[in-house]
Ligand binder design. Structure first.
Ligand SMILES: CC(C)(COP(=O)(O)OP(=O)(O)OC[C@H]1O[C@@H](n2cnc3c(N)ncnc32)[C@H](O)[C@@H]1OP(=O)(O)O)[C@@H](O)C(=O)NCCC(=O)NCCS
Length: 238
């Protein structure tokens, strides 16, 4: 990406349109309260820019995360952000990537998002824990490997007005090449109904069944998106 502050709002706005409006993704919406207000978008964009600036490095000085923006250049040379993605290197071994968050850390994040709403904080915590459970287990299962890291597609979204032009495919292609540069890392992600069609073309395979978020009765009425865990070196057949 270019300058964090300048790009983050454009990137977050794409996510608000793609996940917030187009697919009404209940998980994404729960993670970004206020996404549908200008003030909320600004606040989340600021955090996104900060996260980008704060990206740590592994023992070889390689940044843990790569923030990619998909851009269209207008005739007058103005750049318009039409999508973005984040690839993050995770590992259970220090110096090899970001340590996957444990349940307490996920709860803390949820409480920060909903400081005055215990119920929504609980929902946000449970849903994130369920969504990321398989990827976290898969990353920890690598601690004894020669290269104990994985490159994970944390988010990938394209503004609905610019979908179908190959933006997502180019961002995924970048991740595939980056994983090779980083020592032939495995790739992982959670595939939404729209995303899985793209990831399959780059060697991702489904591992395990369609996600069952295991929500308690009080949250059974929430509309949950379809997701599957996907990786390039699956361990078990489905
Ligand atoms: C999934 C997503 C990122 C794909 O972005 P994109 O830039 O449109 O994807 P691409 O143009 O690279 O196309 C990928 C494939 O999807 C197809 N496609 C993309 N949008 C489409 C649409 N609205 N209708 C039909 N097909 C579509 C493309 O034709 C292409 O298929 P092909 O390779 O068989 O030709 C985008 O649809 C999106 O942001 N969706 C909402 C949020 C989401 O679910 N993100 C993924 C989270 S895992």
């Amino acid at each position: 990406m270019g300058e964090p502050e300048a790009d983050a709002l454009g990137a977050f706005t794409c996510a608000a349109k793609g996940f917030g409006e187009q697919t009404s993704d209940g998980i994404w919406q729960a993670m970004f309260p206020g996404w549908d207000t200008p003030e909320g978008r600004r606040r989340h964009a600021e955090k996104l820019g900060q996260k980008w600036k704060d990206t740590g490095k592994d023992k070889n000085g390689i940044p843990h995360a790569v923030f990619l923006k998909a851009v269209l250049t207008d005739e007058d040379g103005t750049e318009r952000i039409i999508g973005y993605s984040i690839w993050t290197q995770y590992s259970g071994v220090e110096g090899h990537g970001v340590t996957p968050p444990n349940s307490d850390q996920q709860l803390q994040t949820a409480k920060e998002k909903y400081p005055d709403d215990e119920r929504e904080a609980r929902f946000s915590h449970l849903i994130m824990r369920s969504l990321n459970r398989q990827r976290i287990e898969a990353i920890w299962a690598k601690v004894n490997d020669d290269n104990p890291a994985a490159l994970v597609l944390d988010i990938c979204v394209v503004d609905p007005a610019f979908q179908g032009r190959g933006a997502a495919k180019r961002m995924v292609q970048y991740g595939v090449e980056e994983a090779k540069r980083r020592g032939d890392l495995e790739l992982m992600t959670e595939g939404s109904a729209m995303g899985r069609h793209v990831y399959t073309q780059f060697g991702f395979q489904q591992e395990g069944p369609e996600m069952d978020y295991g929500m308690p009765a009080e949250f059974q009425d929430r509309k949950m998106p379809s997701n599957i865990f996907m990786r390039t070196r699956p361990q078990k057949s489905i």
